[in-house]
Design a protein around this ligand. Structure first.
Ligand code: TYM
Length: 413
């Protein structure tokens, strides 16, 4: 057994012995003692957000004139704040913009990171609105063992992963905090306005900071808040301070935006709306999320076909495959899709609803064996990552620089 495997097993054992009464969900840790993963209905209540229900999904279809993305139909984007207000604006042909981000802590992004970006792209195309993408290299400098130079370099590399998803350069501004903040007094002013309104006591409560937390971390949330306000991008919004914002992200980022929504009205700004996704599980199971800081839990966008195959096939080594331990047992008792990582991955990446349902039924009955389920997943992931690798390899530094240059986009205000 490898050292890394040991670490994960220890982590899971700790979770179980800790017998978590509540799931832990914050920007740095996601942990649940249930092998089905986080209880998202409970989380909605705890965080005070609203469910993405059938009515909202229908309204999104009506307003955009497009069938709902499978992330909506399958409950991947399950929670929201103020989404009806965004739809009211869209109905009245009034402007809003999208904001999302990435903390560049690793050379490449992993499959979990794709979830908010794939959905953001769908939203951008469905509503035809500007998009700003924040790369928080400053955050990763503060939290990880990275030099500023290395954090900058990772921003640039991660920007390539994002651009390779097919974003439109005329409608999208990607920025590294280390570069953009130094060039933008408007952004810095919004950071300061937020810093003046939020006390140490409040961030301690929201983020769990303590007396030994460095002051860079304590003030960082104001940096992640600033892009929610249109006035942070005068070149895009023609100095307008009141263009509303919609933030797609996984729900681990919500603490930042609870804080932002609290300060917004006191600054005379509009609260950002949000759409939250569930977590793409770690290879070892849904008790935690796929995370770049645990390379063993992740399939990266730079992984080769062989690496993908090895990673998916070794899933079975861990306790969280829903298949039987032997073929006989599997055929007799059937598989458990609720905890099976390969099946969970298919719910994110297999778009064909009929095929997914067929797999669910035949796996549950025991007719479909784990090996076949994995084979199908491996093929799908190899295709997605292979095509991504191909598009990424065609990106020149010049194209990345175009996305990252502060400029007016294709929208007039
Ligand atoms: P980061 O780099 O941790 O994650 C980038 C985005 O991916 C989401 N995410 C996941 N989604 C599904 N399954 C997973 N396993 C998974 N892991 C990560 C995150 O929620 C995020 O949406 N501080 C942020 C960067 C940031 C940002 C933002 C994110 C700055 N501004 C605005 C969202 C919106 C961070 O470190 O993200």
């Amino acid at each position: 057994m490898t050292e890394a495997t040991n670490d994960i097993e220890k982590k899971v054992e700790n979770m179980t012995t800790k017998n978590l009464e509540e799931d832990v969900v914050n920007p740095w840790e996601v942990a649940s003692s249930s092998d089905k993963g986080v209880d998202y209905d409970k989380l909605i209540k705890r965080f005070g957000s609203s469910k993405v229900d059938e009515e909202l999904i229908k309204r999104i279809e009506t307003v955009t004139g497009k069938p709902a993305h499978h992330f909506l139909k399958r409950g991947v984007f399950f929670s929201q704040r103020d989404m009806h207000q965004i739809l009211n604006l869209a109905e009245q042909k009034k402007p809003f913009f999208l904001y999302t981000g990435r903390g560049p802590s690793s050379e490449a992004m992993h499959l979990g990171h794709l979830i908010p970006f794939i959905f953001t792209k769908w939203l951008q195309e469905a509503f035809d609105v500007p998009l700003v993408i924040q790369l928080t290299d400053d955050e990763k400098f503060l939290w990880k063992d990275l030099t500023l130079e290395e954090a900058s370099r990772l921003s640039f590399e991660n920007a390539k992963d994002i651009i390779a998803l097919g974003f439109d350069v005329e409608k999208t501004f990607i920025f590294s905090d280390l570069e953009y903040i130094a060039q933008s007094p408007a952004f810095y002013k919004n950071m300061l306005r937020t810093q003046k309104l939020v006390t140490y006591n409040q961030v301690k409560g929201i983020f769990g900071f303590d007396d030994s937390t460095c002051i860079g971390k304590i003030s960082f949330p104001s940096i992640q808040a600033a892009p929610s306000f249109s006035s942070s991008f005068p070149q895009i919004f023609n100095n307008k301070t009141n263009i509303p914002c919609l933030i797609p992200c996984a729900i681990d980022q919500d603490p930042y935006f609870r804080m932002t929504r609290d300060v917004a009205p006191r600054l005379g700004y509009i609260k950002p709306a949000l759409m939250h996704s569930t977590f793409f599980p770690a290879l070892q199971g849904a008790q935690t999320k796929m995370s770049a800081s645990d390379a063993n839990s992740s399939i990266f966008l730079t992984d080769t076909d062989k690496q993908i195959k090895t990673k998916v096939t070794t899933v079975n080594k861990y306790a969280f495959s829903g298949g039987g331990t032997t073929t006989e047992e599997h055929k007799e008792k059937g598989g458990n899709c609720d905890v099976d990582v390969s099946y969970q991955y298919l719910t994110f990446f297999l778009e064909d609803d009929n095929r997914l349902e067929e797999i669910r039924k035949t796996y549950t009955s025991g007719e479909l064996l784990t090996g076949y389920l994995k084979k199908e997943l491996i093929e799908i992931l190899q295709k997605i990552i292979g095509e991504h690798r191909q598009r990424r390899s065609q990106l020149t530094d010049d194209i990345v620089k175009q996305f990252m240059t502060p400029r007016k986009l294709k929208f007039d205000y």
